[in-house]
Design a protein around this ligand. Structure first.
Ligand SMILES: Cc1cc2nc3c(=O)[nH]c(=O)nc-3n(C[C@H](O)[C@H](O)[C@H](O)COP(=O)(O)OP(=O)(O)OC[C@H]3O[C@@H](n4cnc5c(N)ncnc54)[C@H](O)[C@@H]3O)c2cc1C
Length: 315
């Protein structure tokens, strides 16, 4: 994903956040990258008092000052003289919220000039394994990328080291919960078929096989394993990957990808058999309004995953 901004502040320490607030007030679009106050929370000794006093606040407009924070919290000035480290960290968090600054929690791994010759930079955030290793959970939206065994192994080991989790939303499909539950007792076969109108296959490997504009009947574009399907059709095969990861894995999950001029939407069909029984579902998803390759349900499943992070009843 690429985000454009006028100003990128690298590092969410007190001065970085102060700069971002000041820039926003001046009408400059600004993003902050980094973990909020990580240097202060991880490296400044507990019980330390600041060298600087209460007047050394972060707001160039003089509104969100340390004294304003103390007043809002009902803390007497005497208790903040000298200023304890923990109270300062709380002040900076209050300041961040008051100014609506939400840093992107990744580290910036690279900063390069763009190739277009304009005075612009391209900043790349660190990869998932570094984030997982630091104990931060990752919600993977392009699940198809996990068909690469080396990437999957790297992320798995990073999550293990960081005691964090790789979260996989079901995406455009239903029944992932049932397949994963059936796996516990043993699955014998899992088949997944994706049937979408020709327009949904534009820009994919299908264009080398058929003339999508001239298709008049249902045409099988691919038949094989989920692993190969995810690699050949990365923009279309996230569901194949989710089904594989929930069930029999990338090599044993059978996949069929079909272009169908009569498809009433993006149709996903799964058949699974195992010790616990047999599952057959068909889901007719509506395509996303902005991207015909993806189903509207895929975005909703991400919303569900995020809502579940804070839900009392997780379902
Ligand atoms: C012992 C000690 C006492 C101090 N006492 C005071 C004091 O009393 N008053 C005072 O004003 N100052 C004090 N300082 C100085 C203090 O560190 C700075 O004032 C303040 O932290 C500067 O804020 P900052 O936002 O510029 O940097 P920092 O707080 O250092 O934050 C920089 C952040 O950038 C992050 N970062 C680095 N590289 C990347 C990357 N590639 N991508 C994303 N994020 C990145 C880091 O992880 C870090 O969280 C003290 C320093 C020390 C060591």
């Amino acid at each position: 994903m690429q985000i454009e901004t006028q100003l990128l502040v690298v590092g969410a320490g007190p001065f970085g956040l102060a700069l971002a607030a000041c820039a926003r007030r001046a009408g400059v679009a600004c993003l902050v990258a980094g973990r909020t106050m990580s240097f202060w929370t991880e490296h400044m000794p507990r019980g330390m008092f600041l060298r600087s006093g209460r007047d050394w606040h972060l707001d160039t407009a003089g509104v969100h000052t340390i004294d304003a924070f103390l007043a809002a919290r009902g803390i007497a000035a005497a208790e903040a003289t000298p200023l304890p480290r923990d109270l300062y960290i709380e002040y900076v968090e209050w300041f961040r919220r008051a100014n609506g600054i939400e840093p992107i929690p990744g580290m910036i791994a690279r900063l390069e000039r763009t190739a277009d010759g304009e005075a612009r930079f391209l900043a790349t955030t660190e990869h998932g394994d570094t984030i997982l290793r630091r104990g931060i959970d990752c919600l993977v939206i392009s699940v198809g990328a996990l068909a690469d065994p080396a990437l999957l192994a790297r992320l798995r080991s990073a999550a293990h080291d960081g005691n964090s989790h790789i979260l996989l939303p079901a995406g455009a499909i239903g029944g992932i919960d049932a397949i994963a539950a059936m796996r516990v007792a043993g699955l014998t076969s899992v088949r997944y078929r994706s049937r979408k109108p020709p327009v949904a296959w534009r820009g994919s490997s299908a264009e080398r096989l058929v003339d999508l504009d001239k298709l008049t009947r249902r045409t099988v574009l691919y038949q094989g394993t989920a692993g190969e399907a995810a690699m050949l059709y990365p923009q279309n095969a996230n569901v194949a990957a989710a089904v594989a990861l929930a069930g029999l894995g990338f090599d044993a999950t059978e996949v069929e990808l079909v272009a169908d001029p009569d498809a009433p939407g993006n149709i996903h069909e799964i058949e699974a058999e195992g010790v616990a029984g047999r599952l057959a579902i068909q889901l007719q998803g509506k395509a996303s309004r902005t991207n015909p390759k993806t189903s509207a349900l895929a975005a909703l499943s991400v919303a569900r995953a995020l809502l579940n992070r804070h839900a009392t009843i997780v379902i």
